[in-house]
Structure formats: structure tokens, C-alpha cells
Design a protein. Structure first.
Length: 190
């Protein structure tokens, strides 16, 4: 005797089914559900808010266009996020704003012990905006998106050592920015 188990579809699965039927109301629901988070992701790659918004909108168009390719394996939000990141990378490549340098001399990657234990208050987006685009791009892909240096080097068509160098430099620059903000805050308080 075969038993058939009926499972209740989640709201996300129902939304995906509606998206696959090209339901414009479902497209608006998806946009409303994810737009703030996806814009934040785009902003972490692209400094100019208007270009970041353009990338996000183009990314949503690609989501709608390629929704049939989503196999319900893994996170839907992760799939959408990956499309947004790829859209940002496409934009950056098209605008040829990236220059990579392999030299790592003169950088110190270690924070002082006192700095590690002290609570630092700062706006992450403001700090990321101060990084040069190549640094920000590799930092975001490695730290925020959890790509390996091998994957980053293939995505950006750069060498493995360049990916590592850009991350190293991004961390050094972030340290410099955060310590400068800390110093300014201490001067105001004291």
C-alpha cells in the first residue's frame, strides 16, 4: 500500500510558483520583500547610490527572467543575492573602474590587542565606501559572500595572489579608517 503525503507549501514556495507563471503581482511582492536588503548588497559593491539602484533593478529583472532556472535547491534569497552580486560585478567590469596591484609591501595586517577588545561604533557602509573599488570588491566577495580566493580570481579574471593582496590591503585600509575614526571620537570626548 502506497501512502501519499500531502505537504503544505511555504509562502516562499507559493511565491516562487507564482513568479514562474510570470505573475506581475508576485513580482511586486518579491521586490517589496527583498529590495531593501538587495539594495544594501549592491551598495556594498557600488559607491554611487544611483548606480547601485540601477544594478538592483537590473538584478530583479534577471531574477524574473531566469526564475525558471531556480531549482528549489538551496536558499531562494541566496540565489537572488548571487544574481545581485553578479550584476554589480558586470557593472564594475563594464565601467572599467577596477585596477589591481599585486604589491603588498608596507602593510601591517595585525590589530593591536587593545583594539580587538574595545567596542568600536561606526557605520559599516561609510567605512566600506572609503575603500578603493578593487579592495571593496574583493573584501565583499571574500568576507561578506564567503567566496574563496580561487573563486574570486576566476570571477574577476585576476591572479590568486592579486585576490589575496587586495584583501590584505582592504583589511589594512579598514584598520586605518577605523582607528582614525576612533582617534577623532576620542579627541571630541577628551
Amino acid at each position: 500500500m502506497k501512502l501519499f503525503v500531502l505537504t503544505k507549501k511555504s509562502k516562499e514556495e507559493i511565491l516562487i510558483d507564482r513568479l514562474k507563471k510570470n505573475d506581475s503581482i508576485a513580482q511586486k511582492e518579491l521586490y517589496d520583500l527583498f529590495s531593501k536588503k538587495m539594495l544594501s548588497i549592491c551598495r556594498s559593491y557600488i559607491k554611487d547610490i544611483h548606480f547601485a539602484e540601477d544594478c538592483m533593478i537590473n538584478g530583479f529583472c534577471k531574477v524574473y527572467h531566469h526564475i525558471q532556472k531556480f531549482q528549489n535547491k538551496g536558499s531562494f534569497e541566496g540565489w537572488v543575492r548571487r544574481i545581485m552580486v553578479n550584476e554589480c560585478l558586470t557593472f564594475l567590469r563594464a565601467n572599467k573602474t577596477l585596477i589591481y596591484v599585486d604589491d603588498v609591501r608596507g602593510f601591517n595586517d595585525d590589530f593591536d590587542e587593545d583594539d580587538e577588545n574595545e567596542e568600536l561604533n561606526f557605520n559599516v557602509q561609510e567605512v566600506l565606501d572609503q575603500l578603493a573599488e578593487p579592495y571593496r570588491l574583493v573584501f565583499n566577495l571574500y568576507v561578506l559572500e564567503d567566496y574563496s580566493h580561487q573563486e574570486i580570481s576566476e570571477m574577476l579574471n585576476i591572479s590568486l595572489s592579486t585576490s589575496k593582496t587586495q584583501l590584505f590591503r582592504a583589511k589594512a585600509k579598514l584598520k586605518e579608517i577605523v582607528l582614525l575614526q576612533k582617534k577623532k571620537r576620542n579627541e571630541k570626548e577628551g
